[in-house]
Design a protein around this ligand. Structure first.
Ligand code: PFF
Length: 454
C-alpha cells in the first residue's frame, strides 16, 4: 500500500491490540459512565437504549470505518486528509469543524474529569461514609457551585493529559491505553454485581431494558444520535487522526466492530451498575449531570470495603477520561503540527491553553447566578448540546457523504483490502450501501425530525 514511508516517519500503533485499546480508550470514557446513564435516565431509559443501539449499528460503526479509511489512506490530520483527497475543495472545512469540536468537547470534558479527581480525594478521605441521599446531593451541588476546587482539579487533569500527549503517539497513548482499559472493565463488572444484589434491583433493570415505546419522540432520537457520536468519538476526525496511525495490515471493519461493541457494552454495564441503585436508594433517574456522583457513593456505602471500591471506581473513571481526552487533544495537536509546522510541544501547549480557557468558563457556569449562561442554560450544557447533537452528527453526515459519493472507489477497496479485479464481496456491497444511503438519510431525518419538519 502507498504512503508507507510516511507512516514510519509519523509513528504508528505498534500492534493490533494497541490500535483497539487506543481507539476503545478514546471511545470509552465519561461518555459511557457519566453521560450515558444520565442522558438515558432523562430520556426514557429502555426506549433510549433501544434507539441508541439501532443508531449505533446503522450509523455508528459505518462512520467509524469511513473515518479510519480517510485517516489511513492519507496519513494526515483531518484537515490535511481532506486537502489531499479533495484538493481545492471546501471539504477541508469538515476537518476544521472537527478541530473546533475537539476544543469545545475538551473544555467541558475536563470539567467533569476534574470532578472525578475530587471524588477520588473524597473517597480516600472516607467522606461519603454515613451520608444519606440528600447529603450526597448537597455535597455534589456545593462542590460544583464553588468553582475554586473544581478549577484546581480541572487544571490538574488537563496538565496530565498534556504530559501524555507530549510524549508522542507510541510512547504515550498506546502504552497507557493498553494497560488501563482492561482494569476499567473488571471494576465496572464488580460494581454491577453489587448493584444487582441491592433490594429493588429489578426496578432499575426494568427501567433500563424494558422500552416504553410511547417515550420515543424526536428529542429522544436526537439525544440518542448525539450519544452515539459522542460515545464512539465520531464525526470530528478523532478517528481520522487515529486511522492515520493504523498500520496497513490491520483490518479496519474488524477494529470498528470490536470498538463499537466494547463501547456499548461498557455503557450498558454502567447503566446496570447505576439504575438498580437509583431505585434502591430513592433517587430519580432524571437526576441530571450529577447522577453518577450522587448515586454511586450510596452503593459504596452499602458494600463491605466500600471505601476501597470507591477509590478504585473514581480512579478508573479518571483513567477512562484521560484516554479519551488524550484523543481529543491529539486531534488539535496533529492539526497544528502538520498544518502550521509547529513542534509537538508548542502545539500541545497552545491546544491546552485554548481548551482550558473555555473549560474554566464551563466550570464557572455551575455557580449560582453565574454570568456564563446562554438563554437560561449554563455554558457547560450549551457546549455539550452543541457538540454532541449538532456538530458531531453534522460532521458524520459530511464524512459518509464524502466517502460514499466523492472518494474514489479504488481507495475504498484498497482500504478494505478488496482486490478490484475480482468480484466485490457482499459485505463490502452492504457496507457501501449503508455509507451511501442509509447513514446519510438516517442522520438527515433525525435532524429534520428534531426541527419539526416531519
Ligand atoms: N468518546 C468519549 C467518551 O465517551 O467519553 C468522548 C469523546 C472523546 C468524544 C473523543 C469525542 C472524541 F473525539
Amino acid at each position: 500500500m502507498k504512503n508507507l514511508s510516511n507512516t514510519e516517519k509519523r509513528g504508528s500503533f505498534g500492534s493490533k491490540f494497541g490500535v483497539i485499546a487506543a481507539a476503545a480508550g478514546s471511545a470509552v470514557g465519561l461518555g459511557n459512565i457519566w453521560k450515558f446513564p444520565y442522558i438515558a435516565g432523562q430520556n426514557g431509559g429502555g426506549a433510549f437504549l433501544l434507539v441508541y443501539l439501532v443508531l449505533l449499528i446503522a450509523i455508528g460503526a459505518p462512520i467509524m470505518i469511513s473515518e479510519f479509511m480517510i485517516g489511513r489512506e492519507t496519513r494526515k490530520n483531518p484537515v490535511g486528509a481532506f486537502k489531499i483527497l479533495a484538493p481545492t475543495s471546501s471539504w477541508k472545512w469538515v476537518g476544521i469543524m472537527g478541530v473546533i469540536a475537539s476544543v469545545f468537547i475538551l473544555a467541558f470534558y475536563s470539567t467533569v474529569a476534574g470532578w472525578t479527581l475530587e471524588y477520588i480525594r473524597l473517597a480516600v478521605t472516607n467522606q461519603f461514609l454515613n451520608l444519606d441521599s440528600e447529603s450526597l446531593r448537597l455535597l455534589f451541588q456545593n462542590f460544583t457551585a464553588s468553582p475554586t476546587l473544581p478549577i484546581f482539579w480541572q487544571i490538574l487533569f488537563l496538565f496530565l493529559t498534556c504530559i501524555i500527549v507530549m510524549a508522542g503517539i507510541e510512547k504515550g497513548i498506546e502504552r497507557y491505553a493498553k494497560y488501563l482499559m482492561p482494569i476499567l472493565f473488571i471494576l465496572i463488572i464488580m460494581l454491577c454485581i453489587r448493584s444487582l444484589t441491592l433490594p429493588n434491583a429489578a426496578k432499575g433493570l426494568s427501567f433500563l431494558f424494558n422500552p416504553d415505546f410511547s417515550k420515543i419522540d424526536s428529542n429522544v432520537i436526537l439525544r440518542a444520535l448525539g450519544q452515539v457520536f459522542f460515545s464512539l468519538s465520531l464525526g470530528m476526525g478523532t478517528l481520522i487522526t487515529y486511522g492515520s496511525y493504523i498500520q496497513n495490515k490491520v483490518k479496519l471493519p474488524e477494529i470498528a466492530i470490536k470498538v463499537s461493541l466494547t463501547d456499548s457494552l461498557v455503557a450498558i454495564l454502567a447503566g446496570i451498575a447505576i439504575f438498580p441503585a437509583v431505585f434502591a436508594f430513592g433517587f430519580a433517574p432524571t437526576e441530571g449531570t450529577g447522577l453518577v456522583f450522587v448515586v454511586l457513593p450510596q452503593v459504596f456505602n452499602s458494600m463491605p470495603m466500600g471505601q476501597i471500591f470507591a477509590i478504585f471506581f473514581f480512579l478508573l473513571l479518571a483513567v477512562a477520561a484521560i484516554t479519551s481526552s488524550i484523543s481529543l487533544l491529539e486531534v488539535i495537536v496533529a492539526y497544528l503540527i502538520e498544518e502550521y509546522n509547529l513542534k509537538r510541544k508548542l502545539a500541545t501547549i497552545i491546544s491546552i491553553s485554548i481548551s482550558l480557557f473555555l473549560g474554566l468558563i464551563c466550570t464557572m457556569s455551575f455557580a449560582p447566578n453565574s454570568v456564563f449562561m446562554i438563554g437560561g442554560v449554563n455554558f457547560f450544557d450549551v457546549l455539550d448540546y452543541l457538540t454532541s447533537n449538532i456538530m458531531l452528527p453534522l460532521g458524520g453526515l459530511c464524512i459518509v457523504v464524502f466517502v460514499g459519493w466523492r472518494l474514489n472507489k479504488s481507495v475504498i477497496l484498497r482500504q478494505l483490502e478488496v482486490n478490484p479485479d475480482k468480484s466485490i464481496p457482499v459485505w463490502v456491497k452492504g457496507l457501501l450501501f449503508i455509507i451511501r444511503y442509509i447513514a446519510p438519510l438516517a442522520i438527515l431525518s433525525v435532524f429534520l425530525n428534531s426541527l419539526g419538519v416531519f
